[in-house]
Design a protein around this ligand. Structure first.
Ligand SMILES: Nc1ncnc2c1ncn2[C@@H]1O[C@H](COP(=O)(O)OP(=O)(O)O)[C@@H](O)[C@H]1O
Ligand SMILES: [Mg+2]
Length: 243
């Protein structure tokens, strides 16, 4: 599924954070979102996922407007979202976390089997509370929960932040397979983005609530380039403005 965001404005209550973001994600590609802290990357993901209303501008999925339809409808339309820091039900068992996200979606049980094949640990620890998992396992569970809904686009907000390299590699490999199967993947990058930039096509640089640059992701792997782009971007973090 193709996602297009056009001149979107969004924020919290009367505080506008996004002042006009343009962004697209194509099926079968990994699209990165990069920018300094506070630039509005997470706000953009929340807006696409329907958790924040767009004040102006449009969001389309395969050409049809989804702006204003809300989080549930957005999810039902095939847009999966894993918020920054992941989101699992800490006091539910691993099994119930997976089941919770399976309730509403046709074909979910096949996708749960797939998750178990790929991560047998979730079968082994099915009855343990999710709170007993390591950070990397919890983040993996959060992504699995989003995938069980059978999305055609997956939004991942800093999915590997703070994780051990083994989990970073696993999640990067997993996402590469999903994209080569045709899924669109949006990845908000954190520190050490080299692994994901290497397999991503396009990177959107968000600065102070606006799309500052659209770059070939691999060009950011040239020595010093990433630092340069981030430094330029650092000139402005969002700085909320009142409507
Ligand atoms: N729930 C919220 N209520 C009010 N302001 C918020 C909220 N969440 C984030 N912000 C503000 O929005 C701006 C952008 O935040 P965010 O989108 O999280 O940035 P990023 O993900 O790029 O670090 C920041 O100034 C932040 O303080
Ligand atoms: Mg963020």
């Amino acid at each position: 599924m193709r996602l297009d965001v056009t001149a979107i404005k969004s924020g919290y209550g009367k505080v506008t954070i996004l002042h006009g973001v343009d962004f697209s994600a194509l099926p079968g590609e990994i699209t990165c979102v990069l920018g300094p802290n506070g630039a509005g990357k997470s706000t953009l993901m929340k807006t696409i996922a329907g958790q924040l209303p767009a004040i102006e501008g449009d969001i389309t999925a395969d050409g049809a407007s989804i702006a204003g339809v809300g989080a549930l409808r957005t999810c039902m339309l095939g847009i999966g979202y894993v918020p920054q820091g992941g989101n699992v039900f800490a006091e539910l068992s691993v099994r119930d976390n997976l089941m919770a996200s399976a309730q509403a979606f046709a074909g979910a049980s096949g996708r749960i089997d797939e998750v178990h094949r790929r991560f047998p640990i979730f079968l082994e620890r099915a009855t343990q509370n999710a709170s007993t998992l390591s950070g990397g396992e919890r983040q993996t569970l959060a992504i699995a929960m989003a995938l069980i809904a059978g999305p055609r686009v997956l939004l991942l907000d800093e999915p590997t932040a703070g994780l051990a390299p083994i989990f970073v590699d696993r999640i990067v490999d997993w996402v590469r397979e999903l994209a080569s199967g045709g899924m669109g993947v949006v990845w908000v990058v954190e520190q050490d983005p080299e692994k994901i930039l290497a397999i991503s096509k396009t990177t959107y640089v968000i600065k102070a609530g606006r799309t500052a640059e659209v770059l070939d992701s691999r060009s950011l792997l040239q020595p010093g380039r990433l630092e340069q782009v981030l430094l330029q971007a650092d000139e402005g973090s969002a700085g909320p403005t009142r409507a």
